[in-house]
Design a protein. Sequence first.
Length: 237
Amino acid sequence: MRFAINLPIFGEFSDPRLLGELARDAENAGWDGCFVWDHILVSKSEPLADPWIALTTIALMTKRLRFGPMVTPLFRCYPWKVARETVSLDHLSGGRLILGVGLGSDMFGEISTFDGPTTDKTRAQLLDESLAILLGLWSGESFAFNGNHFRVRETRFLTEASAKSTDSDLGGRHLAEKTTLPPSGSLRWRGGGRGRPRSGAVTRAGERNGLVYPAFSGCRFVLRCSSIRRNRGHPRE
């Protein structure tokens, strides 16, 4: 079993350079992974970093740490764009990226604000089709897809995912009930959750050599964040 931290990307944590430095600190302290939230709206009164810019910074500032989004709601992404982004980041990091995906929720109003699909069933269908397209494009082979939401004429992405990077992380409260997972050995469960991970998540992670991560980074990392900001001349918020 391996252990990781999970960082928000808003408020005091909205500086990608800071997230990269915290990830580097985590690596030096012996953590196995570092994951960031993937949101486009959390609070109208707080700044928010782009998660993929943050992940790129983490990739460049660490050497062995596994990293990725926790989790990307695929319903709001074109899967072919995600395929390009993930393969590029996969090669940039030497195969350390773990893609976390899920249904997403309207907890912060980011679905309703941008007129997204509000039902779990629709988002689950989009997730299923997106996963199928991702796996096809990642393969480096000729691929076509005809679904209810997405269509791909026969094409081929020449740059395929590296052999070292074969894991996708599946998340979302309703995922198991609402979706049919594609029959691929590249899809593995990871433990996780809000606060202390549930016993079932820990069991899955242990059985499948997965990652367990707390939902927040803890007081020591918040203090480290404030210290870095003060050293840069930023006032403590």
